[in-house]
Write a protein of this length. Structure first.
Lengths: 503, 503
């Protein structure tokens, strides 16, 4: 019997449609896999085997009755623990939400349920998505399936590791500064941040409202496109949601043709700070595109040097305000101050937030509170918004000459756990290539392009496209994926070390 | 607490000029809240009109209520304001348990309406009295907070309370805040101008039908900002902000009191503290509330969860066309329709009875009768209880019903007062009160005839005089009959019976 956990979502969808396999069989295989290997990965914070199997059984029954079902119906999925799931814990990787059970579904969750995808559980993440390594989870880190002594990237390390470890064919991630794409690069998986407003943020617990975006985490470009099409679309519950039709991403992924495609290499995202093995795989991948008929040029986006600074003002500013609601008054963990009789509401709020938030969250709340303070607003938040405007103008100019932009997704491969935990600035620098897309609202996709020579760890290449042109990412990435897999004679993940069962 | 010396009003304004600013908060009567679909009905069970959005559950997002924007624009137009072509909401950040998000979604430097004015006259100056132009700085949209109820303690305020309860039904109710520029009028007129302004705005907004504008229910709330400057000086003093001003009369009293209080502090060489003060209805004084200073930092920034509001010019003009006639025009029309003298009209407006009389007349009463009740009996009761006419607990429809009972000769004017008592005491409809209090006049000629016979018997002198044609003494016999009937007789019918029997 073939290993169902190794199949892509597209393969599973076909097998389910032809009734070669049942959703219960697929779901059970994945539940068993999670049970077997997640002890060493810790991709999941919560596993809902019972709920997933119930959904699977329901889909099997409906299929048996001949009902018209969604293409991905019955294909199991993992959801990052930052999206509200009715009746299932949602902690955002924070102690402050320990035990909170949302009474409602995020719009993304509702789409998954309506389409009949069994939800395997909730995946680990840096607390409130703040971090690039998943080490800032209050529930312990996730380990990289390629080397369990290393980080899987973050904040969505759980979703990426679950997919890379064959614990789920599909996962939902969220990306505020690279939290889908960077873990994709570090785990050898595909991660897509759609155009801002392309996927509803309703029910996504906000870190930075103007930057957050949910998207697919998968093992293939086509799978990402299938999931993208399922979760995207206008939502009247999110007033920043785009009313336009969803770009034809699945068709683009099937087209996979880069002949005549104008590809721009972002000059500022290479060289110093980029690991040689990363740069080498990136350069080879670009050559592959050129050999397949793409016109490759180098472009400059000078304002990119201000992006990281602007990001670390906008993001904490919005986060400081978004996280104010966690005050122990209406939900979440309540910790009264020690040694205070009859504490006031204000004292309870302060002590609960002190006990409930981790260091990185506190660091960003303090940064944001400071940046928004009267007298500093213009210099910090105001200037950062100006940088966004200039950056958007520079990207517009670049896209006048090219169809897509490319860069390494992350300057380095996965680093050892604990390596940058005490050096926040070093960790922030790892997001240099992914942050600009969030600041200007354009879509980005990370594709695995090989293993770095020096450490044998996955390297990701990032495609960027103009707003609402997400389809271009899928066309270009699917073409490159085909070229690379022909060269390798299989998928990159088939070269990952076999995980030992922990139970 | 320091004891403050008050300087009598006349003396205070002989040495200082008051500088006022008025902020009026108006609750819109939209069917749903500002940013979610919850109903807005007043008086529902606590915490029954709430949802994920207005409770600020993690992940929930606001969406602007289009009807509220429409109401805000109509209000802005009625206040002769410019309407912004593009404006945004902003977050006002501060922690308070009655505010679910711990920020209030408001507007900051980009209000929907700005640069307007209204012209008010003082009722006591008559129709041709001096006009005072009150300049409107801005009218902006925001949401109300929840309502805290402090249990225990003697004051109902948080200090000294055993515990507090929060009702979030009010959280998210749409509010419009109307802010004046500084108002400088002849000092002796300042209290009356403040009152006339609030009264004018009440009539104006009430006429638009966008709010219930009930001060007693909090759907119109006025804050009085006041400072003094020594005569001849250009230096503005420190201001106090008086809240909890729940009637027109209180607006006037609050201004008078604050002028006296500030003058007392300044005369003694003291410094006025910038603070929020609470008006005390019973004593006509203000008490210190929260100390406030310019150091209060709300860390305003544009609300990233909401799309900007950009009303088209066509829409604004459409809305302008829906504005009702301006109050001055309406008053002239009503005066002509009703046949009121200038004095009648002045009294009507001064008492805040215009709309009540309109409604009473609409319910079927003559304008004269409506005026008689509202300016007589009701005005007396309002004065005695320190309330506004519309807060007495009796509606125009009920007044019209009572007048109908009089017209049908089932009660008389004197009995009507008892019916008012009963209705205000909550004993039911006028009809029910008449029955339960046994107020119906005796129209049974038999019973009445027996009483008349006894009266004639008891005063043979008067009877003899009437028989001889001296009808002037009939009053004595009528009085005796009415006394026996405990007032529950139709005096006209009694007179007829007496004359019949003695003819």
């Amino acid at each position: 019997m073939t290993d169902l956990t190794r199949k892509t979502a597209d393969e599973l969808a076909q097998s389910l449609a032809s009734k070669d396999v049942s959703s219960v069989e697929v779901t059970q295989a994945l539940v068993d896999r999670i049970d077997s290997v997640d002890g060493s990965i810790h991709a999941f914070l919560h596993v809902d085997a019972e709920g997933a199997l119930a959904t699977a059984a329901d889909i099997d029954a409906r299929r048996a009755r001949g009902e018209q079902l969604s293409y991905l119906a019955g294909v199991p999925i993992a959801v990052k623990d930052v999206l509200a799931t009715r009746g299932m814990p949602t902690t955002c990787g924070s102690k402050i939400l320990d035990g909170w059970i949302p009474p409602y579904d995020a719009t993304v969750t509702a789409h998954l349920k309506a389409a009949g995808l069994p939800i395997l559980g909730k995946t680990n993440m840096d607390e409130f998505a703040m971090g690039s390594s998943t080490e800032h989870s209050a529930y312990g880190p996730t380990h990289n399936p390629w080397d369990t002594t290393r980080i899987p990237g973050g904040s969505g390390g759980g979703s990426a590791a679950a997919v890379a470890a064959f614990e789920a064919p599909l996962a939902i991630g969220t990306d505020t500064g690279g939290s889908i794409r960077q873990p994709g690069a570090l785990t050898g998986t595909v991660g897509v941040k759609p155009t801002y407003g392309g996927v509803s943020r309703y029910g996504l617990v906000a870190m930075a409202s103007s930057l957050d975006q949910a998207g697919p985490v998968t093992r293939t470009v086509l799978d990402a496109a299938l999931l993208h099409e399922l979760i995207a679309g206008h939502d009247p519950m999110d007033s920043t949601s785009i009313p336009d039709a969803v770009p034809a991403v699945v068709a683009a992924a099937r087209r996979a043709d880069v002949k005549g495609l104008r590809v721009g290499i972002v000059r500022e995202l290479s060289g110093e700070g980029f690991q040689p093995g990363v740069q080498a795989r990136f350069d080879e991948a670009v050559e592959q595109l050129a050999s397949a008929g793409a016109e490759v040029v180098e472009v400059s986006i000078p304002s990119i040097s201000y992006a990281l600074g602007a990001y670390y003002l906008v993001m904490p500013s919005e986060a400081s305000s978004n996280l104010a609601k966690f005050d122990a008054m209406r939900y979440g963990v309540r910790v009264p101050p020690a040694g205070v009789d009859d504490p006031s509401a204000e004292q309870v709020m302060a002590s609960s937030r002190d006990a409930g938030f981790g260091d990185e969250v506190k660091r960003r709340i303090i940064l944001g509170t400071y940046a928004l303070s009267s007298g500093y607003y213009d210099a910090y938040y105001g200037s950062a918004q100006k940088v966004r405007t200039i950056l958007a103008r520079d990207f517009d100019a670049a896209f006048a000459d090219v169809d897509v932009l490319v860069s390494p997704t992350s300057p380095t491969t996965a680093y050892p756990l604990g390596d940058k935990l005490d050096d926040p600035l070093a960790m922030y620098l790892g997001d240099i290539a992914t942050i600009p897309a969030n600041l200007v609202g354009i879509p980005g996709l990370s594709l695995p392009v090989g293993l770095a020579d020096e450490d044998g760890l996955p390297v990701g290449l990032q495609f960027l496209a103009p707003q609402k042109a997400d389809d271009r990412l899928y066309n270009a990435a699917a073409a490159l994926e085909q070229l690379l897999e022909q060269k390798w004679g299989g998928t990159l993940l088939s070269r990952a070390p076999e995980l030992k069962a922990t139970r | 607490m320091t004891t403050e010396t008050l300087v009598p009003f006349d003396e205070a304004i002989s040495r200082y000029d008051p500088v006022m600013g008025l902020e009026i908060h108006i609750e819109l009567n939209t069917a749903t809240k500002m940013f979610c679909g919850c109903p807005t009905e007043f008086g529902a069970e606590p915490n029954t009109q709430v949802c994920a959005v207005c409770l600020a559950l993690p992940g929930a997002l606001p969406v602007v209520n289009g009807k509220a924007v429409e109401s805000a624009i109509r209000m802005g137009l009625a206040l002769n304001c410019e309407i912004a072509e593009w404006c945004r909401f902003a977050r006002k950040n501060y922690f308070y348990p009655d505010m679910p998000k711990n920020f209030q979604t408001s507007q900051y430097d980009e209000p929907i309406a700005f640069d307007g004015y209204v012209d008010v006259t003082l009722p006591e100056d008559g129709a041709d009295g001096e006009t005072f132009r009150i300049e409107i700085e801005r009218a902006h949209m925001e949401e109300d907070t929840g309502k805290a109820l402090h249990v225990g303690g003697s004051t109902g305020r948080i200090h000294g309370a055993d515990f507090s309860l929060v009702d979030y039904n009010r959280a998210g109710i749409p509010l419009i805040e109307i802010v004046t520029r500084t108002i400088e009028v002849p000092p002796e007129k300042a209290p009356a101008v403040a009152r006339a302004y609030v009264s004018y705005v009440r009539d104006l907004i009430g006429g638009l039908g966008v709010s219930d504008v009930r001060m007693d229910q909090g759907s119109l709330r006025a804050d009085v900002n006041l400072s003094l400057k020594p005569k001849g000086s250009d230096v503005l003093g420190t201001r106090s902000e008086t809240k909890n001003v729940n009637s027109f009369r209180s607006v006037e009293r609050a201004v008078r009191f604050e002028i006296s209080r500030h003058a007392g502090i300044l005369d003694a060489g003291g410094t006025v503290v910038q603070e929020t003060r609470h008006f005390q209805e019973d004593s006509g004084t203000t008490l210190s509330g929260r100390e406030k200073s310019d150091a209060d930092d709300y860390r305003y920034f544009p609300e990233p969860d909401l799309a900007p509001v950009s009303p088209s010019r066509d829409w604004v003009e459409e809305l302008r066309a829906t504005l009702p006639e301006p109050p001055a025009v309406r008053r002239a029309r009503l005066q002509a329709d009703w046949g009121f003298s200038d004095l009648d009209m002045r009294d009507t407006i001064g008492a805040g009875a215009l709309d009540l009389i309109v409604a009473t007349v609409e319910a079927g009463t003559t304008p004269q009768a409506a005026k008689k009740w509202w300016l007589g009996e009701m005005a007396r009761r309002a004065n005695e209880t320190g309330r506004d006419l519309d807060a007495l607990g009796i509606t125009p429809t009920q007044v019209a019903e009572i007048q109908g009972l009089i017209d049908a000769k089932r009660i008389n004017d004197k009995l009507a007062r008892s019916v008012f008592d009963g209705v205000i005491a909550g004993e039911g409809t006028p009809e029910q009160v008449v029955v339960s209090r046994k107020l119906e006049v005796v129209s049974d000629d038999g019973a009445l005839g027996a009483a008349v016979d006894r009266a004639i018997e008891g005063d043979p002198d008067a009877a003899a005089k009437i028989r001889s044609g001296n009808l002037g003494v009939a009053g004595a016999l009528i009085g005796a009959v009415m006394k026996e009937m405990r007032g529950q007789a139709d005096a006209g019918r009694v007179r007829e019976l007496i004359l019949e029997k003695l003819s």
